[in-house]
Design a binder for this molecule. Structure first.
Ligand code: NDP
Length: 448
């Protein structure tokens, strides 16, 4: 480490940065990390974790709806947003403490201030202090993109949605991707009137169309309104505090909260990367090679700031691979094929591998197996929602190329199916597996 304050200085204590810090320290490196907001990053502080807790909370609405059919009489039901919000916030506090103690127990020094890059081996803290490091890791994540329309300052993003003072009666959500539809489900279940407006006529672009085509009418039947080809043109604040949302051809929509969820962009503004000859990519990302190394050899980047796959487990793998490569003498890259993903809509969808369209574009002969079923848990319910699973198979080798699921608990089931797809198992091997009955998951081995 001759001449440097640290072996590694990490900018950003999110999923990728914390994992990289911990592993580098375990390899014997002297490590420091700077974080301008809270230890844990988007996933822990204002993303996956608090979102999932809200999803769990909203499931009670469905269970309470079905409860009388199962013989339960529940009187005096009520819902308290402030109680839920504060519980979620307290769990986020707990996780932040856990992340901080991980850094402490690995002797990673942390600075609670913004850091920028001042040179190939120098970072500058907001306080003005300069620190040298043999290697710098950029792990600053991404930030919500706000489209340019009048009144956008009246809107919120997923950064603010967890702290609302009260449950909004009317919510307009712009976008029809992950964040938009997950929060549409949460607010809808908790009792808000929800309208989703999107610039296109698609939802969840990137997922298999058979799934999204089935999901949309389910969400509509649950009461979520959709306005397609209707980008917001303006949001106007009215005297009573409500918001008028202009866009498309119809009447403006009245809302108490407008949530904008139109993608996330690498948070590289003002980071000083131009000081070290790193040309940012089109979306503001730090371009890196397979070993996470940037154009400046002493500077690496992992996670959302590289704009490869914006998912927490991927950032964690990249951070781990970086630390093993640079400080553990174990060069490792991250595999980007067969990454499972899920959208926690209600019901959720989950998928791994190729969609039918992707497979058809890349393979000569494709076989598709489908199961359209009524989940047992809906049998007693007046909710007629159906589940749908789909296997995409290479006709030449019988290998399963993709698994796509729409059903309650799909994400929980999909993780195991992802192992099979990653392992290259064939449809015959799926079929040779005895069904686990009665379950929804058994559909995976019963498709003929
Ligand atoms: P997404 O990319 O999922 O969706 C963006 C939506 O906004 C799309 O419907 C898109 O429309 C629309 N849109 C994009 N740009 C504009 C624009 N300039 N003006 C108007 N509309 C626009 O982004 P999210 O913000 O929902 O999520 C960001 C990322 O966070 C995701 O990609 C995902 O990687 C991650 N995430 C993952 C979760 C999970 O794993 N469950 C949960 C939450 C986030 P269209 O495509 O129809 O043109």
């Amino acid at each position: 480490m001759a001449g440097f304050d640290y072996d590694l200085f990490v900018i950003g204590a999110g999923s990728g940065g914390v994992r990289a810090s911990r592993i580098a320290a375990s390899h014997g490196a002297k490590v420091a990390v700077a974080e301008e907001f809270r230890v844990g990053g988007t996933c822990v502080i204002r993303g996956c974790v608090p979102k999932k807790l809200l999803v769990y909370a909203s499931h009670f609405a469905h269970s309470l709806h079905d409860a009388p059919t199962y013989g339960w009489t529940i009187e005096g039901q009520s819902f308290d947003w402030a109680k839920l919000r504060d519980f979620v916030a307290s769990d986020v506090d707990r996780l932040e403490r856990a992340y901080t103690s991980t850094l402490d127990s690995n002797k990673v020094e942390h600075f609670h201030e913004r850091a920028t890059v001042a040179g190939p081996n120098t970072v500058r803290l907001a306080s003005g202090r300069e620190i040298s490091a043999k290697v710098i890791l950029i792990a600053v994540g991404a930030w919500p993109v706000l489209p340019d329309f009048a009144g956008v300052e009246h809107c919120i993003t997923s950064n603010e949605v967890f702290n609302l003072p009260e449950l909004p009666k009317r919510v307009v959500i712009q976008g029809a991707g992950y964040i938009a539809l997950e929060f549409a489900g949460v607010f809808n279940a908790l009792g808000s009137q929800v309208t989703v407006v999107n610039r296109s006529d698609k939802i969840l672009r990137g997922y298999d169309h058979d799934l999204t085509d089935r999901l949309l009418p389910i969400l509509q039947a649950r009461g979520i309104e959709f306005g397609f080809n209707r980008p917001i043109r303006a949001v106007e604040k009215q005297a009573d505090g409500s918001l008028l949302v202009h866009g498309g051809e119809g009447e403006p929509i009245v809302a108490d909260v407008v949530l904008v969820a139109t993608g996330r962009r690498p948070k590289t503004d003002g980071l000083g990367l131009e000081n070290v000859g790193i040309a940012l990519g089109r979306n503001g990302e730090v371009p890196v090679d397979a070993y996470n190394q940037s154009a400046c050899p002493s500077i690496y980047a992992v996670g959302d700031v590289t704009d490869r796959v914006q998912l927490t487990p991927v950032a964690i793998r990249e951070g781990h691979a970086f630390a093993d490569t640079v400080f553990g003498a174990m060069p490792r890259t991250t595999a980007y094929d067969h990454i499972p993903s899920a959208v926690f809509t209600q019901p959720p969808i989950a998928a791994v591998g190729l969609t039918e369209a992707e497979a058809r574009a890349n393979y000569r002969e494709i076989k598709v197996f489908k199961s359209d079923f009524r989940p047992m848990q809906n049998m007693f319910s007046d909710v007629a929602e159906r589940g749908y699973y789909k296997l995409v198979v290479d006709g030449a080798t019988d290998r399963v190329l993709g698994v796509h699921m729409l059903s309650p608990d799909a994400p929980e089931i999909l993780q195991a199916a992802a192992i099979a797809v990653k392992a290259g198992l064939t449809k015959a091997q799926f079929d040779a597996t005895v069904a686990l009955h009665p379950s929804m998951a058994e559909e995976l081995v019963l498709m003929r």
